[in-house]
Design a protein around this ligand. Structure first.
Ligand code: PEP
Ligand code: MN
Length: 337
């Protein structure tokens, strides 16, 4: 249920409504908008009369939320969420580019990556230190050593860091080095991990599962939001279909659909979305044109020798050329880059 307070409702009136919601068994999530404060009541009794809240002083209107996700629904924050981290805003006017190698491989590699991505205009460097690989015999990442290298390279070029957390025991370590914690496609429904991420106060980028529906993605986000961590960024990264030419099928339509259904920022990963570096630029362009709030892309100084995902990693000149194109496309859809 959503209780929308009247414009300028006093703190005392808001608190009275919060107290009543708690009394009736709801968990209360507060969203302070530019004009209205919205109180989301979740987990309360199955049957209740909205009129009880409609008549309380300071209440403008009350809505039942029919979607299975409540806090992730756009109704909770009609104006959208802007995730603010280290001077970067995700979900605002500027399309945020997060780029870098699939995995942190060595100090030299990640330092070179930092120069390439920063020179091209990215604001965040990516790089996995813990890698979810399909085969246990593939490179699994450098762990904490990799995170140290990534942080140092990022700091030298004034970039933020995004890196993947694979299970809840890694949250403290990742939080110490990364600005944004990535939840990989394979973990989108690792509900224990999601609940633990709800308890921290760091942004989480949640990737769509390999065969997840948009509703399932939003329900997974709801796990994090319901813990009180509202800084969630969603990511389309391709889904598995009958098509085999590309590694996955990049569902560009998920971008406007999520933007309609949810207030959360939505970014796109055309690298995993296609699995082929020749198809990354067109899908990156399409994602920005479709309204993505950001891009997550794999870039490597020598992709042919990358330890993971080389085939889908952009070469430095390809990345630079793509960024130039995106700087033309973004203004056409009312954004900057
Ligand atoms: C990655 O970003 O390198 C990654 C493993 O992504 P996904 O979880 O989307 O496969
Ligand atoms: Mn990868």
């Amino acid at each position: 249920m959503l209780v929308v307070m009247q414009e300028g409702a006093s703190e005392a009136l808001i608190q009275k409504v919060i107290d009543r919601l708690i009394e009736d068994g709801f968990d209360v999530h507060r969203s302070t908008g530019i004009i209205h404060t919205v109180l989301g009541g979740v987990g309360g009794p199955a049957e209740f009369d909205t009129a009880v809240f409609e008549v309380l002083d300071g209440v403008k209107e009350v809505h039942r939320i029919v979607s299975p996700y409540k806090l992730a629904s756009r109704a909770f924050r009609p104006h959208g969420t802007v995730v603010k981290v280290g001077g970067v805003e995700i979900g605002g006017g500027r399309v945020v580019v997060m780029a870098g190698p699939c995995s942190v491989e060595s100090r030299e590699q990640i330092e070179r990556a930092a120069d390439i991505v920063a020179d091209g205009g990215a604001q965040v460097i990516r790089g996995g230190a813990f890698k979810p690989r399909s085969s246990p015999y593939s490179f699994q990442g450098l762990g904490e050593e990799g995170l140290k290298m990534l942080r140092a390279a990022a700091d030298r070029r004034n970039l933020l860091v995004i890196s993947e957390v694979m299970d809840s025991t890694q949250i403290p370590l990742l939080s110490a080095y990364a600005d944004i914690l990535q939840v990989g496609a394979r973990n989108m429904q690792n509900f224990n991990l999601l609940r633990e991420l709800g308890k921290i106060r760091k942004p989480v980028l949640l990737k769509r599962g390999i065969s997840a529906t948009i509703e399932e993605l939003l329900l997974s986000a709801e796990y994090i939001l319901s813990g009180g961590n509202y800084d969630v960024i969603l990511c389309e990264r391709g889904i598995r279909t009958f098509e085999t030419y590309t590694r996955n099928t990049m569902d560009v339509s998920a971008i406007p659909v999520v933007k309609k259904l949810s207030h959360l920022p939505m970014v796109a990963d055309p690298s995993h979305g296609t699995g082929r570096r020749d198809q990354v630029p067109p899908m990156a362009r399409a994602a920005v044109a479709a309204g993505a709030d950001g891009l997550l892309m794999e870039v490597h100084h020598d992709p042919d020798h990358a330890l993971s995902d080389g085939a889908q990693s952009l070469k430095p000149d390809q990345y630079a050329g793509l960024m130039d194109q995106l700087r033309l496309i973004a203004p056409a859809v009312g954004r900057t880059l």
